[in-house]
Write a protein that binds this ligand. Structure first.
Ligand SMILES: [Fe+2]
Ligand SMILES: [Fe+2]
Length: 266
């Protein structure tokens, strides 16, 4: 079973470039094409937040048109750039989206079950899981203790060593780790938000973040006091269930005109 993860798509209206230079919609289109061309089709795609850039309805309508090109079903998780009402309106026919409250839900897929968590607190940059969401998660995990489970959310529950990023600490991080540690069927916790692939041991499992489909964070000392971003080829993550674990691969989509894959017979 293959699960594709896209994140931090930051879609804007057509022609409205991020920082006057980044074609986020075009980069998402390239990622969608790359996912559709995978030799093994994913069971589903999960988009882990910052789906659009300004939370505008027009951005959600464009996001919808771009994601409708995916061959696989797609599940949406909100990030701090999202607007829950705008998201629900554009994806009104996605039945897993709860009609109100935090956008938390379960995808009862097998062999890997997925639990999506809404870690937003309005449009503030930092993530949070309060007591209500943590107790909801604990209850869902108790329902299927022997089914390998993937948890998907926007904010990673770990620091990355860059001051301006880590300043927005994840509220409820230790409590989340305690819930995860009590449920060893959790095979991985995936996230986005930091626009860079990272992996950290967490609550007895692995917490990871995936790169953006558009622009990536530069790992520096944060001396500027801000963040340094760079346009790199659109990337996404593939999580493949082996029957024992869920290893993750980061895929950087080839530049147009790049050489095709070679098949080497040994
Ligand atoms: Fe983002
Ligand atoms: Fe974010």
């Amino acid at each position: 079973m293959l699960i594709a993860q896209i994140t931090d798509t930051h879609v804007r209206r057509k022609g409205d470039l991020l920082h006057h230079m980044i074609h986020t919609g075009r980069e998402l289109r390239r990622a969608v094409e790359a996912i559709n061309a995978l030799p093994v089709p994913p069971a589903f795609v999960v988009a882990t937040g910052d789906l659009v850039d300004r939370g505008k309805n027009k951005e959600y309508r464009r996001l919808r048109r771009l994601l409708d090109e995916l061959d696989a079903p797609c599940y949406l998780v909100p990030g701090n750039h999202d607007d829950a009402d705008g998201l629900r309106a554009a994806f009104f026919d996605h039945p897993y989206l709860p009609p109100r409250g935090p956008i938390c839900y379960v995808v009862e897929m097998r062999p890997v079950r997925m639990i999506a968590l809404d870690t937003t607190r309005g449009r503030k940059p930092g993530g949070e899981l309060d007591a209500a969401r943590l107790s909801w998660l604990d209850a869902r995990l108790r329902e299927a203790p022997s089914v390998p489970t993937l948890i998907a959310m926007h904010h990673p529950p770990f620091d990355i060593g860059i001051g301006p990023v880590d300043a927005h600490a994840f509220r409820g991080r230790d409590e989340l780790a305690a819930v995860i540690a009590a449920h060893p069927q959790v095979v991985r916790l995936i996230s986005g938000h930091i626009h860079r692939a990272c992996e950290v041991p967490f609550g007895g499992t692995i917490a990871s973040s995936a790169p953006s489909t558009a622009h990536q964070l530069i790992i520096d000392r944060g001396e500027s006091g801000g963040l340094t971003m760079r346009v790199e080829p659109p990337s996404f993550a593939l999580h493949q269930w082996t029957g024992r674990a869920l290893p993750t691969t980061i895929v950087r989509t080839a530049d147009p005109g790049a050489a095709p894959a070679l098949r080497v017979v040994s």
